[in-house]
Design a protein around this ligand. Structure first.
Ligand code: TRP
Ligand code: SF4
Length: 525
């Protein structure tokens, strides 16, 4: 962390650890159910989401939602941050189910897309109308109305439709074609296990899953590139599947190996240990490799390893079968879906020592990264997609103004971007706070900004880019200088101003939207 950053972090309190839902410790990620995230840290342990703090130093001029910990997690965002820093192509895409009015929770995602667009990314905003129809049963008429409203807000907040792409799932033929292809790589049991589908689940649910997979990979149709999908953590099951499917579509898989046979990841780790131990002080032979180690030697070495495990047994058995075959580290290209011409071209393109087998080719001189690059290049030259696994960033859910969850079906719990500014003002004034019972106590103990939905409004929206203002509200609150009445009054006024200005911009965006190639009235019924 550099000094500037340390400084900034000291001044900008991050939003608290569990998003204000203290007490609930369950973590259920369900894209169509009610997702409750009691403890955001659990998402790191249980689902392998990485902490955003770890990549933050690599992000050039991070967004305030990143600086304040509202964006708390990611998968593989490093690839996107790197592309951004090096002026290389990258993309950002997110989708919105048009089931109601856009609200301040959606604004987070709109802002994330716009921010990536301003930093040179190809930005995509899509209306998940097929999903709204399939999973929520909305009529096409209702969908049309809401779809338009989402697009107006996205434009009003600054999305540049000349540079970026807006589309509806229902009219995007390329997405639907890709969805069909992706469907060839996933089966019913797998979707059943991920999404809790059973024999009663409508087929269109599965179609909307593959459609979302296609949305996520759509920015890479022309050319593979790092792509970030900003979403809430409820969408993580979709991200894991999309990352998997991206790999399953590839012509070639690249792995590391030690001999002609295949090992799984755990076995490979064990064989690597044996190999390293056995070659540690062996002198290199004349052709520069130290390959006197045979499979049987490694099997013998592993025999004394503890504790025994399935991986250990498996590795020993495989190595024993390998007998006198020398162990030599190599990178392996597996033929997954390649055309014969592409496989031939790959073999041809591998410089240095290589060995060709049925269904794979091993290189003894390329490193893993160079191998990945070569595989992608040959694949795209021969008609394959060459998809990179898409990245994601996750934002916290806002606490409802009435406490509990912010929910579209409870109007007082959230502020719609279409709320009359006076209503928005009133909703803030009626919000629960982290204040003490009496003004006296508040002066003495300070307020609990970390538990306060009003403070969240300041941190997530009302302070905008102004970290100092957010920090001032926080410090005055916890220091007991700020009382809730005045604090809410200030927030309510800022909210009313924001809504008024946003709604004006929405009106201006109508003309822009009308001029775009986005269908506002569906032909479907
Ligand atoms: N399933 C998302 C939701 O419920 C909407 C969506 C559709 C989406 N396609 C997407 C989100 C692609 C991100 C990327 O809101
Ligand atoms: Fe919340 Fe403001 Fe009251 Fe602090 S002073 S608890 S931030 S309303």
């Amino acid at each position: 962390m550099n000094d500037d950053e340390a400084d900034r972090r000291a001044r900008t309190p991050a939003v608290r650890g569990d998003g204000g839902t203290k007490g609930a410790d369950d973590v259920a990620l369900d894209p169509w159910g009610s997702t409750s995230v009691g403890d955001y840290r659990k998402l790191f342990e249980e689902f392998g989401i990485e902490s955003f703090e770890d990549v933050l130093p690599r992000v050039p001029t991070p967004h305030y939602l990143m600086r304040r910990g509202v964006i708390f997690g990611h998968r593989d965002y490093r690839a996107v941050a790197e592309a951004m820093a090096n002026d290389e192509p990258f993309a950002a895409l997110s989708g919105f189910m048009p089931t109601g009015d856009p609200h301040i929770g959606h604004k987070l995602v709109f802002d994330e897309l716009i921010w990536h667009q301003e930093r040179g990314g190809d930005a995509y905003g899509l209306i998940a109308d097929l999903e709204a129809h399939a999973a929520r049963g909305l009529s096409w008429e209702e969908i049309d109305e809401h779809a338009e409203s989402y697009l107006l807000s996205l434009l009003a907040l600054g999305f540049d439709p000349e540079e970026g792409t807006l589309y509806r799932q229902s009219t995007n033929e390329a997405v639907q074609e890709l969805a069909f292809e992706l469907g060839t790589k996933a089966n019913f049991s797998e979707l059943g296990a991920i999404y809790d589908f059973d024999g009663e689940t409508e087929v269109s649910y599965m179609q909307s899953v593959v459609t979302q997979m296609a949305d996520i990979l759509y920015p890479q149709l022309e050319e593979p590139k790092p792509t970030v999908i900003p979403v809430g953590p409820d969408q993580d099951p979709h991200m894991r599947l999309a990352r998997d499917l991206a790999g399953r579509m590839r012509y070639f898989g690249v792995t590391e190996a030690y001999a002609s046979f295949e090992l799984d990841d755990a076995e490979r780790g064990l064989v690597a240990r044996a190999y390293d131990a056995l070659t540690e002080d062996a002198p290199e032979d004349s052709d520069g490799d130290d390959s006197d180690v045979r499979c049987s030697d490694a099997a013998a070495w592993l025999n004394s390893e503890r504790p025994p495990s399935d991986a250990l047994e498996g590795a020993i058995e495989t190595l024993e079968a390998g007998g006198k075959e020398p162990l030599r580290p190599r990178v392996r290209f597996l033929d997954r879906n390649a055309t014969p011409a592409a496989f031939e071209a790959l073999i041809e393109a591998i410089d240095g020592e290589k060995r060709v087998y049925e269904g794979h080719v091993d290189s003894f001189s390329l490193d893993r990264e160079a191998a990945e690059e070569l595989a992608r290049e040959i694949e795209t030259e021969h008609g394959g997609y060459g998809f990179r696994p898409p990245s994601s960033v996750y934002h916290r859910f806002m606490t409802g103004l009435t406490g509990g969850k912010m929910s579209s079906s409870v109007p007082a719990s959230h502020i719609s971007l279409l709320d009359d500014p006076a209503d928005g003002h009133d909703k803030v004034m009626s919000a629960t706070t982290g204040g003490r019972e009496t003004a006296e106590k508040q002066r003495e103990l300070g307020g609990e900004a970390d538990e306060c939905p009003v403070y969240e409004l300041y941190a997530y929206l009302l302070s905008g880019d102004d970290d100092e203002f957010a920090a001032e509200v926080y410090e005055e609150c916890v220091g007991g200088e700020r009382l809730c009445g005045g604090c809410k009054e200030q927030a309510a006024e800022l909210m009313a101003e924001f809504l008024e200005e946003h709604q004006e911009k929405r009106e201006e965006a109508r003309e822009v939207l009308a001029g775009l190639d986005v269908e506002l009235e569906s032909d479907r019924r």
